[in-house]
Design a protein around this ligand. Structure first.
Ligand code: CA
Length: 407
């Protein structure tokens, strides 16, 4: 098996000034890193991680999974040491999701909430498990996957490179076959673009380079709330080794290079051959729900007299005022414990919901120096349970952990 095509793109998105993501495109080794930390610290962390992948060759002779884990430990070590010695970047960290093709499949190494996927015959399969607050809450049954998608703390990760001298790395190997396309990406793609659209977008592109650009475009079209990074690689049979390979693609008419490239993509293709042309039009079109076929149904409303209408309007208005007043009262009294985008544990005043359009029903009341990553999974489950308490009670609950965790 060999890599027939690969490409990577990163983009700052539409809301962030800086791009704290980085990627590695060094076939057969690939990685995506999503940095975090104030000022420029996130950029420093993700770039240090990427540099470790380029520069660290002491593990080249190891088995694939061990090799990936060793590079990630090296990256962790570099970031941790830098964060300790340079006050400007203290507290920085980064995710890492790496893939290495070998004879036995694709070895994955993973920390944080960037993701690896395998696209096989039109089906996208998520290979990594997020190390994030909302993923913990989903696993413990406190949140549904749908609620997790819009949860205010969805970007808080519970494992990162750079926060501790050693890091717990998930490693595993997935089987690979000719025609597979592997995707590594930061959460700026997956929070904006659904699985179906990812499959469709890759299927429509004629090269992986085009596919990465189209995916970034799709994330930006959906709002581009975060930095977006996409790495893709596709697999084909070894050149000249067709007869040895049990699982040969159906279409093998010679011209190995070009043909192999197309085969990889065509396995995932869901659109017609004219799709490449259509794509150009689609990307410039206004994006929104299309329901041309739905005729508005004319509605006849029964007539009511004005007196009854007025009474109903007053009842509705009174009810609405009461609901708003109750919500405001609850918001002024309620506090809950969560974490902010930098990973600090925070006591929030209000309710743990956002209304969409950037309207939150909560505001930070107290930001602790305690980091979410310093807590165990059980401790996080206990603290971040979203139960509403008084401010004093929330501080008291948090105080027990601060006494142990904050240096
Ligand atoms: Ca991100």
């Amino acid at each position: 098996m060999r890599i027939s095509d690969s490409a990577g793109t990163t983009d700052s998105g539409r809301k962030r000034r800086r791009n704290e993501d980085a990627f590695v495109l060094d076939p057969p080794l690939f990685a995506v890193a999503d940095g975090m930390g104030g000022a420029q610290a996130g950029e420093v962390a993700s770039r240090l991680a990427a540099a470790a992948f380029r520069e660290f060759h002491e593990a080249d002779e190891l088995e694939p999974e061990e090799r990936v884990a060793a590079i990630i430990q090296e990256a962790n070590h570099r970031i941790y040491e830098r964060a300790r010695s340079d006050a400007q970047v203290s507290g920085m960290g980064t995710t890492i999701t790496a893939a290495l093709l070998s004879d036995s499949g694709v070895a994955i190494g993973h920390v944080g909430d960037s993701r690896a996927y395998r696209l096989r015959q039109g089906t996208l399969e998520q290979l990594t498990e997020d190390h994030s607050l909302v993923a913990d809450l989903v696993r413990s049954g406190r949140l549904s996957p749908d609620e997790a998608d819009t949860h205010p703390q969805r970007s808080v990760i519970t494992r990162a490179l750079g926060t501790d001298p050693e890091v717990d790395v998930d490693t595993f190997t997935v089987p690979a076959e000719p025609g597979d396309v592997f995707l590594l990406c930061s959460d700026g793609l997956t929070t904006m673009v659904g699985d179906e659209e990812i499959v469709e977008t890759i299927g429509k592109a004629s090269t992986l380079e085009q596919a990465t650009k189209a995916l970034v475009k799709a994330a930006n079209r959906a709002g581009g709330e975060d930095n977006i990074t996409v790495v893709l690689f596709s697999l084909s049979v070894e050149a000249g080794g067709l007869e040895d390979t049990a699982v040969a693609p159906a279409d093998t008419r010679g011209e190995p290079d070009l043909e192999d490239t197309l085969t990889g993509l065509e396995a995932a293709r869901v659109a017609s051959p004219a799709a490449v042309l259509e794509r150009e039009e689609e990307t410039t079109a206004v994006w929104g729900p299309v329901d041309d076929d739905v005729e508005p149904v004319p509605q006849r409303r029964p007539r009511r007299n004005w007196g009854r209408r007025l009474i109903w309007a007053l009842v509705a208005l009174t009810f609405a005022v009461a609901v708003v007043a109750a919500a405001l009262w609850a918001m002024s009294r309620a506090n809950f414990i969560g974490a902010d985008e930098e990973g600090n544990v925070v006591v929030y005043q209000g309710l743990p919901w956002e209304l969409g359009g950037g309207i939150d029903l909560y505001r930070p009341h107290y930001v602790s120096r305690l980091q979410a990553t310093q807590l165990t999974e059980a401790e996080r489950a206990e603290l971040f349970d979203h139960s509403l308490t008084s401010y004093d009670e929330a501080r008291a609950r948090l105080g027990r952990y601060e006494a142990e965790g904050v240096p």
